[in-house]
Design a binder for this molecule. Sequence first.
Ligand code: BES
Ligand code: MN
Ligand code: ZN
Length: 493
Amino acid sequence: MTKVEIALPGQAGADALALPVAQPLGGDGSKILDGKLGGRLSRLGESGELRGDRGETVLLHLNGELEAPRLVAAGVGKRENVDPDALRTAGAAAAQALSRVGGTLVWLLDESLPVPLPEQAAALVEGTILGSYSPGHWKSKDDARAPERIVIGHADDPELQAAVERAAVVAERANRARDLSNMPPNELTPHTLGEKAQELAAELEHLTCAVLATKELDDLGMGALTAVGRGSRNEPRLIVLRYDPPGARDDILLGLVGKSITFDAGGISIKPSGGMQDMKGDMSGGAGTLHGIGALAALGTPVRAIAALAAAENLPGGDAFRPGDILRAANGKTIEVINTDAEGRLVLADALWYVRREGATHVLDLATLTGAMELALGDLYAGGFANDKDWEDRIVEAGRRSGDLVWPFPLHPRYRRYIDSAFADMKNGSTLRQGSPALAAEFLHEFAGDGPWMHVDMAGPAFLERSRGDYLRVPGGTGYGVRLIAELGRMLA
Ligand code: BES
Ligand code: MN
Ligand code: ZN
């Protein structure tokens, strides 16, 4: 865990100072430093080496002019457009510029920016922690270093303190979700994911965990979840976490559901092999859900929540489920299997039913559900489908504030015909190449029960093939969902 503090820059023992630099150069924030540096910053500006572009950094080595051996000038773009996203990006860029240094990084704030200081500090801390994440955990020697301490260079201030502590907790939890997404499928199975959840619950107050295995899933009638898991010797699990803090309002039980396919080969409807390795990230909805409820518990957010991770491995095999099979889900409805690669909606069906049965009033599911959602929105926004306008607005707003962006998409009763089956209550896919994200959402709708529900298809932003050019600068898991859930919890408390 990175330590995060507030201290005056001169008293922090900095290995590096970092300064957000806005355009046009020479604003209030850098003027004093420029003076102390004998005009080096303005000369770098004149030569065009320092421009203040978003995400650009310039590293200066110092000779005792300031109370640190180094200074990173981190661009945030046009002054009037500076927002938390620009500051997160600057935080990550500075972390990357200092990845050989580690130690103590001191951020200088700029009162002239159009972002209040607590939000500025929070965004810089969040960006620094997300930006210093390394996915190279399995390398024999991973020499990327994250700062051990991040200090906000300012006089002690309780509001700043609270803002940066919160930002650090949430960003660290997002990085832990990234660890899960990046874990190879030979290490992360439904069983080991359950162990991770139990470890998390043991770590945090008011958070408990129960892991349901095949026998219990059969007893609950979860024929959709168990069918998907049948092709693998790594048997399926329903991983349930409950967060029950003292002093929470009793009219809300937030229900969180995460698609947790630890590897999606497609099953009998097997995928093409190109890129299949990225399907280890098909449990990213579960990772975001797990560390999202973990963030609520770590922050002590007074909102009750239940999370259900529907975990299975989707492989072809002698006992695998097949196209043509008719399954019975826990809510009693029957499903004709058209495509075994449309497995996410099957495992989610039983998990959605479960959280409603346990009394969830407001439900949010997170799932890497359809390739078409990634085609539509790329790696930035997830698409959200909700049955309740107020719930949709809240989640979209939580996304806007947190950086886990959600764009609303439609549910409509006339999409129901896409899943009409000649043999069963519904089918899990269609041969038409049309509207697959909406079709999948309509399928889930059948299991979402009564009350507000939103399905977030995060196939695009969950797992990156390359840098996103902002504060997510490495391939692999992004921790999508953790910041969204933490912010949603704050709004509901
Ligand atoms: N996990 C995939 C969706 C996916 C694809 C996520 C690419 C992230 C990147 C999902 O299980 C899947 O295979 N969906 C199919 C559904 C189809 C067979 C109806 C899809 O979208 O192609
Ligand atoms: Mn699939
Ligand atoms: Zn999948």
